[in-house]
Design a protein around this ligand. Sequence first.
Ligand SMILES: Cc1cc2nc3c(=O)[nH]c(=O)nc-3n(C[C@H](O)[C@H](O)[C@H](O)COP(=O)(O)OP(=O)(O)OC[C@H]3O[C@@H](n4cnc5c(N)ncnc54)[C@H](O)[C@@H]3O)c2cc1C
Length: 323
Amino acid sequence: MNRIAIIGAGVTGLSAARALVAAGFDVTLFDKGRRAGGRMASRDGAAGSFDHGVQYLRATAADAAALGVGPLLPWPAIAPKDGAGGWIANPTFNHLAQHWAQGLALHCSHTVTAITRGPRPSGWQLRFAEHDTVFDCDTLLITIPTPQAIPLLTAAGIDCGPLAAVRYAPNWTLMWTPAAALPDGFTHHGGSGDDPLAWIAREDAKPGRSGPPRLTVQASAAWSAAQLELGADAAAEQLIALTAERLGTATASVAASAHRWRYAFAATTIGVPVVTLADGLLYASDACLGSRVTLAVEAGRQAAVQISEGDRRTGTLVQRTLS
Ligand SMILES: Cc1cc2nc3c(=O)[nH]c(=O)nc-3n(C[C@H](O)[C@H](O)[C@H](O)COP(=O)(O)OP(=O)(O)OC[C@H]3O[C@@H](n4cnc5c(N)ncnc54)[C@H](O)[C@@H]3O)c2cc1C
């Protein structure tokens, strides 16, 4: 049976794995994180949860239903565009990732440090930072940001092709529980242009959420790039000052922390959903079609279709047809 390994259990990896498993393939996912989701991430604090990665999905009701699933709620604060409204996951975006990961063979805390040609005909072998073991597969799908994929590929002597041209914008994200009250009725704010604050969202005002008033704040790409090497405490302090000034509130905090996403958004994209790098070696991620959950889902699905079709050509396994 064609044994497939996927590096990365973010949206792209999960989407590909779900489609491949539904088609009857033997799929194993590896992720360096403690749980699945990647940039679709949430953090629980004493004061409640923060979605410190993905904020909302823009989708029609039909597309949201097709995404699978369970824990999506409409977020009326987001104005619909072309029939597509805003959707948030309930109770957090990480729960959506866990929902998608259910039933998959997923190994977290497995950082892939090397890929080499494996003993299987045209297969691949993975090595891990945390475990003195190897994993052999027939087909390998890489779904991690290109700057993290390129060293693995280069060390294996594989031409990175269009991956080398992808550029990412970083993002500093503040998770803040202010001590002072927030303006009545405030739900979110989207900045533009030179605004150092690209996004402010009140977590406790999202559908299905509760708890003390608390904010997730994203700095702009320009501010984040300029402050990229700042310590997390210093970044939090500066973002609190900017946010308090914007909302006309005090800077005193019950709790605050900041997270740096070094590869937050693909600023340039490859333009095709999947890249074939070598025999049995594919790449797909949000760098392919764009940094949106829905586009990462699509890249993952297309990778699954390509793997399935390649498998059909070599005739090793044909089970159910991928939709
Ligand atoms: C702050 C922020 C806000 C966002 N807001 C939105 C939004 O509101 N709406 C929207 O649609 N999109 C949003 N996005 C974009 C969205 O999060 C991404 O497009 C999408 O989650 C990318 O999924 P992915 O699977 O391609 O990559 P990732 O989520 O990066 O997944 C890659 C996975 O690979 C793992 N990994 C990396 N290297 C290794 C290795 N060597 N070995 C093993 N595992 C490894 C990582 O741990 C990670 O889990 C946002 C992104 C950020 C950062």
